[in-house]
Design a protein around this ligand. Sequence first.
Ligand code: ADP
Ligand code: TRP
Length: 319
Amino acid sequence: MFNSKPVLVSGIKPTGDLHIGNYFGAMRQFVELTRTGKYQPFIFIADYHALNTMQDAEEMRRRTRELVMAYLAIGLDPKEVVFFKQSDVPAHTELCWIFDTITTMPYLMRAHAYKDAEVKNKEITIGTFNYPMLMAADILLYDAAIVPVGQDQKQHIEYARDTAEKFNRIYKTDILKLPEPYIMPGVAVVPGIDGQKMSKSYGNVIPLFASHDELAKCVMNIVTDSSGDRPENVYQIHRLVRSEAELAPLYEEHRGKYKILKELLIEDLDRYLAPMRAQYEELQKDPGIVDDILAKGKNTARAISEIKMEQVRTTIGVA
Ligand code: ADP
Ligand code: TRP
């Protein structure tokens, strides 16, 4: 049914407003890798993963639609990319269960996300504990060759690789292909306005579709350390939207003048983000597009994943 290009798989949870950390850390790579024409991309909405932290039906529906529009607004082409909702493809949870039967609790207890939650004394649902197995299923169902993500997801890809190896070993098969993470070296972790990792859970984000005024507010709030000449937290964001060669003379000329450097950053960010923001606003006028794309993606992703599930069922002896 599909061409024989290596497969790219990635997903994002529809849990909050996207920020430039999501974009530079992961989403921009979706676009760049797709444009090379070398991959067959499957990019999905990780709504079942989101369910661990978001239990509001209206919000789930709204944020799912927003994420599809965001994928389109950043330049992904629905003619090339298969877009779908994780929940539309039952094979994801089915394969997750099969992985659960070969995975031990101590192994899952080593996951960073689990350990962090435990240190913070949070109540941990089985869904959160099992997060890496659903993610392994997301990836392995499509024979993914590469999985573009930010640095924080690297361990999850290792879980997917380990699980594929273990399954293949137990069942003396090679039907599960080992995926490689794809993490952009210079942007592995985008800092937030407080200098920590930018994350919606830390409230330190610059929203991807922020208006000029919102951008200005965020940038002016970037925490600066007055000890050095260069405001590092400003620079680390600035270099994402303008080359370091161009920035060097500007930072030299305005050495120590943080307000001017922030104003320059606001304009550069705005120039970079404005076309995507305009595209996003345009898409909001035509809600039918989202429905059509998801309906089409659902059929394709179901058909492709069912081929792998047939192999898996035969391999484990339930078919
Ligand atoms: P958040 O941390 O805001 O909850 P998600 O966990 O939903 O973001 O991340 C979605 C994608 O964006 C993942 O591939 C993740 O690695 C990437 N990402 C998120 N924040 C950053 C960041 N600050 N720097 C680089 N990549 C990031
Ligand atoms: N865990 C990823 C995140 O928090 C989202 C995700 C779910 C994903 N399944 C995936 C990413 C499969 C890549 C491949 O961002």
